[in-house]
Design a protein around this ligand. Structure first.
Ligand SMILES: O=P(O)(O)OC[C@H]1O[C@H](O[C@H]2O[C@H](CO)[C@@H](O)[C@H](O)[C@H]2O)[C@H](O)[C@@H](O)[C@@H]1O
Ligand SMILES: O=c1ccn([C@@H]2O[C@H](COP(=O)(O)OP(=O)(O)O)[C@@H](O)[C@H]2O)c(=O)[nH]1
Length: 550
């Protein structure tokens, strides 16, 4: 890859002002387009994520169109952004220059461009072949390449610059996910006036795993640039705090971390942030704790009530040959999702004659994901081989064992599938949250249906009325499937009511509010501590006769 000092500037500002912030391994400044003095954006809320809600699709004839982009991060953030008049900074999902800001469905979009090499090194490489497997408990082996890290640094700086260019003075910038862990520190260096949040959508691993990462200290320092760092599970926040203690020696107390302030400009940029620690150092406090993400439950329920979607659900069952029971899996085709374990359990139940294809048919939506990463190519081959074998061995002319769709399906169709499914199988080996589990529950206003849920998905912390399974235990998984098939109506209803209560009360609006409130509280607590200190000081000055002017 190129790591010359020129040519790595971002794409938002046409006349970039270089700022000597981060440096790459050759010691070249990775340019930043804003300085504390020229900060002049207009948005008071800026969300920064690798993915935008829409991907640009370039057809063979060169024509361009936009389509909804995959994954739960977008599902969760879209309703939040539609409710605010903030800006969403992110990548358009395809290599090339796509830097013109635009409006999409009521959301202001600020694209960040990635070259083909950025996509290969930063996105497919460091994000999805280093961090993704490492953070998902090394289910697949992570690959470590110094070129990928260099690219991660450069692209993170580009995202930080793009956010800094559109953020108003004192704005809140909310950075999302593992692809952008250096952005909080980069932003704080260029814009100390900003309030910075970070939310990690995937697990944060135990230190024994995280410590493999050659750049572990830089990652932790990058994250600590934020005022509030959010995780899906309490265990993730605990793992992060332990990593901070081991790698930096900073003091942590509960959810609070004291981060020394080294740069005086940071104090000048935002004097309210600084306080003096018990050891006499200037520090700012960072909060790191769990904020489990959710969905817009009401909108899923509203879709489920629509007559045309209910008709589609009935049609799906007919098309499947009206089996007694329809089971459903919906996942990006990712090795973290445990699709192979699910197929193995289902295949064995068929082979042992415990179920037949007329009793129970499985629909598996496996939406395409990260298709140029080798591990994903191998996974696809394995899954499709297994599906082919099970279908060959057990399907009949009237009933297909597994209806396999290697396609992303639109939201309406997802809801129809959820309504059509008697049993939802979520068997992730490791998953930040798994919004599909919550969507299934939100859709089932009839209080019917059984959720079989992996204890290794973040959703298991909240959805305790599901049938919780260890997907590595194939016998246990088979028993859970049989139990779900035989569960009496009153038990299904009792469990589903409890699940629905949780998801409806803890929806995505509550998630974003609790995170943004925590950010605001952090700033307020800091300013009131500062005001109290100022009041103490002035009281003691008055007691001592005050200064000449008072
Ligand atoms: O952007 P991609 O590389 O195509 O991947 C799609 C998204 O996958 C991941 O989603 C995570 O976020 C969900 C919402 O918090 C959560 O429920 C799920 O468990 C996570 O895997 C990834 O974290 C996103 O950055 C990707 O955009
Ligand atoms: O064909 C598909 C497959 C998935 N999804 C959506 O993609 C998201 C997946 O989020 P989840 O948290 O379950 O997993 P992720 O893919 O983010 O790891 C959910 O909102 C699904 O409804 C979709 O719209 N169409």
């Amino acid at each position: 890859m190129t790591s010359e000092c020129a040519g790595v500037a971002g794409t938002v500002d046409a006349s970039p002002v270089p700022y000597a912030g981060h440096r790459d391994e050759q010691g070249c400044a990775i340019s930043s387009e804003t300085t504390p003095d020229d900060a002049s954006g207009t948005y008071s809320l800026v969300v920064v994520s690798n993915r935008l809600p829409v991907d640009k699709v370039v057809a063979a004839d060169g024509s361009e169109s936009w389509r909804a982009s995959p994954g739960g991060l977008v599902t969760a953030l879209e309703p939040v952004m539609r409710e605010s008049d903030g800006a969403w900074v992110g990548w358009a999902g395809v290599a090339g220059d796509h830097s013109e800001p635009f409006e999409n469905d009521g959301i202001s979009i600020v694209p960040v461009s990635l070259s083909a090499e950025d996509v290969e090194f930063y996105y497919e490489g460091f994000s999805n072949d280093t961090l993704w497997p490492l953070y998902h408990d090394v289910i697949a082996p992570p690959t470590y390449h110094r070129d990928w890290w260099d690219s991660y640094l450069i692209v993170n700086q580009r995202f930080a610059d793009a956010a800094a260019a559109v953020a108003a003075q004192g704005a809140t910038v909310w950075v999302q996910d593992y692809q952008l862990q250096l952005v909080p520190k980069m932003l704080r260096e260029s814009r100390p006036d900003l309030v910075i949040g970070f939310f990690n959508h995937i697990p944060f691993p135990a230190y024994g795993i995280f410590s493999q990462l050659p750049w572990r200290t830089q990652i932790v320092e990058g994250l600590l640039g934020a005022d509030v760092i959010g995780f899906q599970r309490v265990a993730d926040a605990g793992n992060f705090s332990r990593a901070v203690r081991r790698l930096t020696g900073y003091t942590t107390k509960g959810a609070t971390i004291e981060v020394p302030i080294e740069d005086e400009a940071e104090v000048q940029g935002n004097p309210l942030r600084a306080k003096v620690s018990r050891r006499g150092h200037q520090v700012r406090t960072v909060t790191a704790r769990a904020f489990p993400i959710s969905i817009d439950a009401a909108s899923f329920e509203e879709l489920a009530h629509r007559p045309e979607i209910q008709a589609r659900a009935r049609e799906i069952r007919q098309e499947l040959g009206d089996p007694e029971i329809v089971m459903l899996g919906v996942d990006r085709l990712d090795y973290t999702k445990g699709i192979g374990h699910r197929l193995k359990a289902y295949g064995e139940l068929l082979a042992e004659g415990k179920i037949s294809v007329a009793d129970a048919s499985l629909v598996q939506v496996a939406s395409p994901s990260r298709e140029r990463v080798q591990t994903y190519m191998t996974l696809r081959d394995e899954i499709e081989l297994t599906v082919g074998r099970i279908n060959g061995d057990f399907s009949t002319i009237s009933h297909t064992a597994i209806s396999y769709l290697h396609q992303g399906r639109p939201r309406d169709e997802m809801v129809a599938l959820y309504l059509a499914a008697d049993i939802m199988l979520v068997t992730a080996l490791r998953d930040g949250m798994n919004l599909v589990a919550k969507e299934y529950v939100a859709t089932r206003f009839d209080n019917d249906g059984v959720l079989v849920l992996s204890e290794f998905a973040g959703a298991a912390d909240e959805l305790k009325a599901a049938l919780l399974v260890n997907p590595h235990d194939i016998e246990g998984l088979k028993e859970a499937i049989l139990r779900a098939m035989q569960m009496p109506r009153h038990e299904r209803s009792r469990r589903m009511r409890s699940l629905r209560k949780r998801v409806k009360e803890h929806d995505v609006a509550r998630w974003s509010k609790s995170f943004l409130d925590a950010l605001a509280d952090q700033t307020l607590a800091q300013s009131s501590a500062d005001a109290a200190a100022a009041a103490d000081e002035s009281a003691s000055e008055s007691a001592n006769g005050g200064d000449e002017q008072s």
